[in-house]
Design a protein around this ligand. Sequence first.
Ligand code: MG
Ligand code: MG
Length: 255
Amino acid sequence: MVQLKTDTQIEAMRDSGRVVAQLLAAVRDTAAVGVSLRELDEVARGVLREAGAGSPFLNYRPHFAPTPFPAVICASVNDAIVHGIPTDLRLRDGDLVSIDAGAILDGWAGDSAISFIVGRARPADTLLVETAFAALDAGIAAAVVGNRIGDIAHAIGSICRKAGYGIPEGFGGHGIGRAMHEDPGVPNEGRPGRGMVLRHGMALAIEPMLTAGGHDEFYPDQDGWTLRTTDGSRAAHAEHSVAITNDGPRILTAL
Ligand code: MG
Ligand code: MG
């Protein structure tokens, strides 16, 4: 069931979303050649602590997971698409890193992700990351009252496909509110004019994921969490939590 939020509740979600934005900015500033993924998680924990916020990621255990998630960020490097566990792996020159993070503040969740390249970027990776953000922007632009979920999905999917990228099957965005994952699902590909009508007070996490090799398949790493591309090609992920309002889409997880 879709939980519509009041304007006051959207303001509370904006506060939570701002913490996620601060967390991601701090992680981005810290990420450099030689820095470990675990160190990035430590920085993220510090931002949450400082803000008095909790993490919806820590100890999260969806049906597919063999273990509770052990960190407050997902750190997915190169062929890892999403759900990477921050380990002692140290970043190397040219790595493509996706960081996904959330916060819970006063009972409201925020969820956002960024992708970036550490050190010298390969042009192909830069294009992949730029396309992920372009797809996110297009999805957000379609998140207006009167449109449908399929309009968001179509906006995202057509940008990814036009560029020749793959879209991991079965993963996408979601409603967000008191819980990180609420109804409705927001697929990364779909038909315009289909699906639930968007209304004032809906809050959605919109999150394109792209694979450079053009394949939609993936496989879980031995850790049971990390999803990797089957062809070893790189992947990018970008996400914002967005409120649908009569004044247009409002990005909750901006700084
Ligand atoms: Mg996320
Ligand atoms: Mg999400």
